[in-house]
Design a protein around this ligand. Structure first.
Ligand code: BV8
Length: 254
């Protein structure tokens, strides 16, 4: 993938970089993206029918089992080169905000320190009655664990469709989109709001919009630069070329 030199020079002079990631950034770790047909047991379900309060109310055991299956999968996967490149990139700019829609915690496992999780994290649960956050719970097999405070059913600490996003995290994301020189949209179909509103918001505030995705999405046309390919391949190349531009290494002479 040839990265346009004009983009590299934008990075060389950038002070504030904001990144929005979606499920595609975890695809090369082996985590199915949200819109890929779910694999195996879950292939007959549409995630948007499982990730809702109504689905949990109607069939809590089914929804809990889906998240248990995803947590077990996450125990077997590692951050991929895209996550690792973003963790290194964070240290190269005076202001770097990583906003993720993902609930898999892979950015933090890769070493990113400033991560804003718009949709929560499936490693945490919360009481479905009073919202107490629960970071660990006894293994209960298929039975849903109960809240230690009130005995209510636990649920994943994620934002389901139809639920509001956490106010502070959304404010951080909007501020980071408004106040950045470069906005990278990586591995998201940009179909889920309000997160999907962040790339256009950045563009409206004169940021250079960069999309990294093998497919066309709703924001491809608005992007100033489109790097059409897998993030796990593109991000390490982008990082290396930015590093070379910011602090050129003398050519190795043997
Ligand atoms: C809200 C957590 C206010 C759970 C998720 C009607 C009623 C209620 C709400 C709505 C409604 N109509 C619209 C809405 C708003 C709704 C919405 O946007 N719906 C969409 C479907 C139209 N939004 C909400 O409900 C939000 N809340 O608006 O509250 C409100 C309240 C009441 C009533 C109205 C409004 C809450 C949204 C959050 C939902 N929770 N996740 C869980 O994970 O279990 S969203 C879920 O989708 C994931 O977080 C996922 O990250 C996110 C977005 O998907 P993507 O990340 O983009 O993943 P996707 O699979 O789509 O795309 C992957 C991309 O990667 C693709 O483009 C692919 O090409 C690319 N790719 C693949 N491989 C690679 C790659 N890219 C790079 N490298 C690769 N190797």
């Amino acid at each position: 993938m040839t990265i346009p030199p004009q983009l590299i020079s934008r990075f060389a002079t950038a002070k504030r970089v904001t990144v929005l990631t979606g499920a595609g950034v975890s695809a090369e770790s082996g985590v199915p993206t949200f819109r890929d047909a779910l694999t195996g047991l879950w292939s007959k379900f549409n995630p948007e029918e499982l990730a809702t309060p109504g689905a949990f109310f109607r069939n809590p055991n089914l929804v809990w089992a889906w998240y248990e299956w995803r947590r077990k999968l996450l125990k077997q996967v590692e951050p991929n080169p895209a996550h690792l490149a973003l963790a290194q990139m964070e240290r190269m700019f005076s202001e770097f905000n990583l906003i993720t829609q993902n609930v898999d915690g892979l950015h933090q496992r890769a070493g990113s320190r400033n991560v804003t999780e718009l949709h929560g994290n499936i490693a945490r649960s919360k009481c479905s009655e009073e919202g107490t956050i629960i970071n660990s719970w006894p293994e209960t097999g298929t039975e849903i664990p109960k809240c230690p405070q009130c005995g209510g059913l636990l649920r994943p600490d994620v934002v389901w469709f139809g639920e509001d996003l956490p106010v502070a995290e959304l404010k951080t994301a909007e501020t980071a989109a408004i106040n950045c020189d470069l906005f990278l949209s990586i591995g998201t179909s940009a179909e889920v709001y309000p997160a999907a509103g962040l790339p256009p918001l950045a563009r409206q505030h004169q940021a250079i919009l960069v999309e990294i995705n093998p497919d066309v999405t709703t924001i491809t046309k608005q992007a100033h630069f489109v790097l059409a390919g897998p993030a796990g391949e593109i991000m390490p190349q982008l990082l290396a070329q930015i590093q070379q531009a910011i602090s050129p290494q003398p050519p190795i002479t043997d």
